[in-house]
Write a protein that binds this ligand. Sequence first.
Ligand code: HEC
Length: 172
Amino acid sequence: MKRIVILTLLVAVALTTAYLILTIYDKNMKFGRMWETPAVRPHEEKLLVMESGVVPFYEGELIYKRAEGEDLISPFQKTNPEIIESGKALYFTYCTQCHGKYFDGNGTVGQSFHPLPTDLRSKKVQSQSEGVLFKSISYGVPDGRQPPLATTIRIQDRWKIIAFLKSLPPHN
Ligand code: HEC
């Protein structure tokens, strides 16, 4: 019995010493300890609410998302050769894999889609206004397979791609 008491006491002393050493070590730790970092759990803090009447002064995506395609007007002149040229470069970054290098819908990746990617020279596409095209490229086509690219391509760049599409020679 005596042995057990002594052993327990020894263990208690050892544990307390270890704890004290650790505490001193922790307190003198130059960089602080992880457990000192305030932990904020999800939904623990109230979400920030945007004041009403506050509008983004640059690239407000929601403004475009809410608008009707017909009401949207490109900030660029669609005949401006510089805009068309940069739209072309952007097309070959973002669209060519599906719509193809000849804009006919024969891109490598596009072939796994049903329906196949639309021929961008076709009357169906060319007859649509720039704003309507902007909406389909940005948010997809309802019940269609065009991917929504709003989070992939900057607003200005989308308009440039459209200027380039509009410059394509017509085709049936
Ligand atoms: C991942 C493949 C993919 C990529 C990338 C892609 N598209 Fe498409 N796109 C499609 C497919 C598939 C359709 C056919 C949609 C349908 O008819 O359901 C389509 C349809 C369209 C249409 C016709 C929309 C309509 O009115 O029916 C336009 C315009 C278009 N794409 C433009 C673009 C442009 C511009 C880009 C690049 C910014 C692009 N797409 C990138 C797959 C793609």
